[in-house]
Design a protein around this ligand. Sequence first.
Ligand code: TYR
Length: 325
Amino acid sequence: METYDLITRNAEEVVTDEEVRELAADPDGKRAYVGYEPSGVLHLGHLLTANKLIDLQEAGMEVVILLADVHAYLNGKGTFEEIRETAEQMKAQFVAYGLDEDNTEFVYGSAFQLDEEYTLDLHELELSTTLNRSQRAMAEIQGDETAKVSHVVYPLMQTLDIEYLDLDLAVGGLDQRKVHMLAREELPELGYDVRPALHTPIVADLTSGEGKMSSSEGVTISMEDSTDDLEEKVNSAFCPPTRDPEGDLENPVLELFEFHVFPRFDEIVVERPDEYGGDLTYDDYESLAADLESGELHPADAKGTLATYLDELIAPGREKLRELR
Ligand code: TYR
């Protein structure tokens, strides 16, 4: 695969394409990151951006995972002690997932965000950014009227992280786009370079195919799920025989194949008894989706196969969590 295609595969958006093409032309040693507010259990949302980091490593880039403890604190996620404990669990799960410690730099936000220089830059940003602008940047993340001052400081710090971690590319889910746009506007104000951003899609809710899969409502798949849980969740998923269901709906089963399974496996085998046509083998998402649409691949077989491969992806993290608890 061409480096540009590898860097941008499964991305919903790149800002700007020109800047990312420039990166792709010379990716060696360039630095990309995703920041995560520590949470005790990784779910598919985390793994989607993690897959992108794995692509970027393969493309020759250096990858940084920010364990955003100060951000989690600003977001009311607990005491620093609690947050650090969850961060350690989170790190262990990322390593188990395949972001090994030799190739991934794990950084705590508090390791640099409390330094004097950072703090002074933060105050300068506070002076140059309107409340309104900063609050809008947080809208998709926080989205409520009762926002505290911490919620407007948050995106300003996320902006500075891009400079202080010496990054060439900021990666996040589509829900991070407003913060990244703010960063693109504000970094030059402080005399720092604008960096490109890459956004991964938001996967639809598993059972309805609507909106987004989230840990707060609906069904999520996480490192905690047993093989049986996975089977049950995937079997009850919405899976019409089309890539493009009516209205705003998505096919979450196909999305999981596309964003989670195919990036991590060279070949997918759908096991079927001979009387049902025997095994099917796919080496790319397109051919699997086409077979689902034509009726060659039955949704029930697609789901069974999806559950098996997700189980394989999750198993090491699940094991790690067991050890930690
Ligand atoms: N805003 C991210 C989230 O919603 C977390 C984050 C924090 C990302 C700081 C980057 C960053 O620099 O999870």
